[in-house]
Ligand binder design. Structure first.
Ligand code: PEP
Ligand code: MN
Length: 360
């Protein structure tokens, strides 16, 4: 339930509502906007006692939160959240590009990649130290050695680093070396891990599970927020469908929907989302056009030699071309001629003509 305080409600009135919410068995979550304050009753308690607050002084109305994810919901916090990743603002006006190899493989590999992606315009470096691999015989990541390299390369390049955490055991050591912790797709519903990450002071990149609905994804984020970590960025990385030509099916509607339902920043990962280097630029442009706050892309100095995800990785030149393509404007839209004769003649007159189409 949400208690909307009236404009100009006094601090004393707000405090009274907070106390009543707690007495009714809920946690009180307060959002202070520029003109008004919202007090949310989160958890489970005696609902009728919250409904009765309609009669309390300074209260405008009491409304249910429509979605099961409460703290993540835009109903509770209409203003967008900006997440600070080592000094880089994710979710603000600037689009953020996260780039780097799937796995950290060597000093030379991660240093050369960091410098190349930075020069091309990336603002965060990614690289896996602990890798979730489908087969136990595949490269599992360099672990602590990779974390140390990430720490070093961060100091050398100035790029904050993002790396995946797979287990609660590794949380402390990763926090010592990284600026942001990624929860991989396979761990999206690892609730023990989510609960542990809720009590750290580092931002989290929460990937959508390959078969998770948008609601399940946002509820996974709710674990983090309700446990105390509000620095969460959502990442759409493609879901499993019947399609086999792409590695996963990137769900761009989910990017737009997650931004509509939630105040958290949303990024798209076209590398895992398609598995095809040729689709990374078009999908990135589409994601940014529909409102994504950033993209995450795999880049390797020599994709054919990569120890993981080489076939979907861009080389440095490919990444530079991608960055250049992001700056290109979308196709211009021309309005049709106002001449009714022309409109009548074309038989359409639907109001919009795309440049390059055959409608004159
Ligand atoms: C990755 O980012 O390299 C990765 C393993 O991603 P996902 O969890 O989306 O498969
Ligand atoms: Mn990968």
């Amino acid at each position: 339930m949400i208690v909307n305080m009236a404009e100009g409600a006094s601090e004393q009135q707000i405090q009274h509502v907070i106390e009543r919410v707690q007495e009714a068995g809920y946690k009180a979550h307060v959002t202070r906007g520029t003109t008004r304050t919202i007090v949310a009753a989160v958890g489970s308690g005696r609902r009728h006692e919250i409904e009765a607050l309609k009669a309390a002084p300074g209260v405008e109305d009491v409304v249910p939160i429509a979605q099961p994810f409460k703290l993540v919901s835009r109903q509770l916090k209409p203003a967008r959240t900006v997440v600070n990743v080592g000094g880089v603002a994710l979710g603000g006006p600037q689009l953020v590009v996260i780039a780097g190899p799937c796995s950290v493989e060597s000093r030379e590999q991660i240093f050369s990649t960091a410098l190349a992606v930075k020069e091309a315009g990336a603002s965060l470096l990614r690289g896996g130290a602990y890798k979730p691999r489908t087969s136990p015989y595949d490269f599992q990541g360099l672990g602590v050695e990779a974390l140390k390299l990430l720490d070093e390369v961060r100091r050398h390049s100035g790029l904050p680093v993002v790396t995946e955490v797979m287990s609660t055991e590794d949380v402390d050591i990763i926090c010592e070396h990284a600026d942001m912790l990624q929860v991989g797709a396979r761990n999206m519903q690892n609730f023990a891990l989510l609960r542990r990450l809720a009590i750290i002071e580092k931002p989290i990149l929460l990937k959508r599970g390959p078969s998770a609905t948008v609601k399940e994804w946002l509820l996974a984020a709710e674990y983090l927020l309700s446990g105390g970590n509000s620095q969460v960025v959502l990442c759409e990385r493609g879901i499993k469908t019947f399609e086999t030509e792409t590695r996963n099916t990137i769900d761009l509607a989910a990017v737009a929907l997650a931004r509509e339902l939630s105040h958290l920043p949303v990024v798209a990962d076209p590398s895992h989302g398609t598995g095809r280097p040729s689709l990374i630029a078009p999908i990135s442009r589409a994601a940014l056009a529909l409102g994504a706050d950033g993209i995450m892309v795999e880049v390797h100095p020599c994709p054919e030699r990569a120890l993981s995800d080489g076939p979907q990785s861009l080389d440095f030149e490919g990444f530079r071309r991608l960055m250049a393509s992001l700056a290109e404007p979308l196709k211009a839209v021309r309005l049709p001629s106002p001449d009714p004769e022309v409109l009548g003649h074309s038989g359409r007159g639907n109001g919009v003509t795309l440049a390059g189409s055959d409608q004159a």
